[in-house]
Design a binder for this molecule. Structure first.
Ligand SMILES: NC(=O)c1ccc[n+]([C@@H]2O[C@H](COP(=O)([O-])OP(=O)(O)OC[C@H]3O[C@@H](n4cnc5c(N)ncnc54)[C@H](OP(=O)(O)O)[C@@H]3O)[C@@H](O)[C@H]2O)c1
Length: 262
C-alpha cells in the first residue's frame, strides 16, 4: 500500500528509544526523511541515519529552539509527531490520590502537555505551508486514570482535549491533527530499571518478572501480551498519510482490549 509519505519531511520527538524510535524507523521505511529529537541520542537511533537535534522539550524555550534548527536545515515540514512523554517521577506518584508535590505535577505537565503545545505552536506555520499533519502520542490512561500516576493521566487527558480542539482550527489551515493512545507498551518507560513496573513491584512487594508476566491480564488485555512499539508506529504512520484526508481530530486507542467501554 502506498501511503504517499515518500519524500515527506517528518519531525519525531522522544525519538531515541521506545515508541519514538519505532516511529522513526516506520517513517524511514516509507521513504520519508526524519529529524529526530530527544535529550540524548542512542546507538539505535544513530543506526537509522535520521538527523538528530538534541533538546530538552520540557523547558519553555526547548521546543522553539528545536524548530529553529529543523527549519534552518530545510524550511519544509510535513509531519510533526509529539511523542516525548512519560517521565521518571513514577516513584513519587504512586499510591497517593494527590500523588506528587507541585513540582512533580509541573514537571509531568511540562513534558506530557506543554512540550506538545509549544512544539506544535512553533511548527504550525511550516505545517500549514505543507498542508501537513500532527500526531500526538497520548495514553489510554487519559480515559482510564486509575491505570497510571494521576498527574500523568491528567496531563494526557489535557493533551486529548488539546488535540481535539486544535484539530478544528488547524484543519481549516489544511493541517490534520490526531492522537494515538497506547496502553501498556514494551518500552523502558514501562519495563526499565526505573520504570513504572519496577516502582509498582517495589511498592507491592512483588517480583518484577512476576508482575511483568501477569500485567497484560491484570490490566484487562485480551491478547495476554504487552503491545509492541511497532504497532503504535503503524497507527501513527497511517494517520500521517495524505491518503487519510478525513482523519481529523481522531484519537486511536491501541489497547489489546484493556479499555472496556464501548
Ligand atoms: N510505554 C507505554 O506503556 C506507554 C503507554 C501509553 C503512552 N505512552 C506514551 O508514549 C510516548 C513514548 O513513551 P515510551 O514508552 O516510548 O517512553 P521511553 O521509552 O521512556 O522514551 C521516551 C522518549 O522521550 C524522550 N524524552 C524524555 N524526556 C524528554 C525531555 N524532557 N525532552 C525531550 N525528550 C525527552 C526520551 O529521550 P531522553 O531521555 O534522551 O530525552 C525518549 O526518547 C510517551 O508520550 C508516553 O507517555 C507510553
Amino acid at each position: 500500500m502506498d501511503l504517499g509519505l515518500d519524500g515527506k519531511r517528518v519531525l519525531v520527538t522522544g525519538a531515541s528509544k521506545g515508541i519514538g524510535l519505532a516511529i522513526v524507523r516506520s517513517f524511514l521505511a516509507e521513504g520519508a526523511s526524519v529529524v529526530a529529537t530527544a535529550r540524548r541520542s542512542t546507538a539505535e537511533l544513530e543506526s537509522t541515519g535520521a538527523v538528530f537535534i538534541p533538546a530538552d522539550l520540557s523547558t519553555v524555550d526547548g521546543p522553539g529552539r528545536v524548530l529553529e534548527a529543523v527549519l534552518a536545515l530545510d524550511a519544509r515540514l510535513d509531519v510533526l509527531v509529539n511523542n516525548a512523554g512519560g517521565g521518571n517521577r513514577a516513584d513519587g506518584m504512586l499510591g497517593d490520590p494527590f500523588s506528587g508535590d507541585d513540582d512533580a505535577w509541573r514537571e509531568v505537565f511540562d513534558l506530557n502537555l506543554n512540550a506538545a503545545v509549544r512544539t506544535t505552536r512553533a511548527a504550525l506555520p511550516a505545517l500549514a505551508e505543507a498542508r501537513g499533519a500532527v500526531i500526538n502520542i497520548s495514553s489510554s490512561s487519559a480515559r482510564d486514570p486509575h491505570t497510571a500516576p494521576l498527574p500523568y493521566a491528567a496531563a494526557k487527558a489535557a493533551l486529548n482535549a488539546f488535540t481535539r480542539g486544535l484539530a478544528e482550527a488547524a484543519g481549516r489551515m489544511g493541517v490534520r491533527v490526531n492522537a494515538v493512545s497506547p496502553s501498556a507498551t514494551r518500552t523502558e518507560l514501562l519495563l526499565g530499571e526505573d520504570g513504572y513496573v519496577a516502582h509498582v513491584a517495589a511498592q507491592m512487594g512483588l517480583e518484577f518478572s512476576d508482575l511483568v508476566a501477569t500485567l497484560p491480564q491484570q490490566v484487562g488485555m485480551v491478547t495476554g501480551d504487552l503491545i509492541d512499539p511497532d504497532e503504535i508506529a503503524r497507527a501513527v504512520v497511517l494517520l500521517a498519510s495524505p491518503t487519510m484526508p478525513s482523519a481529523i481530530g481522531s484519537n486511536w486507542t491501541v489497547h489489546g482490549g484493556a479499555m472496556k467501554s464501548a
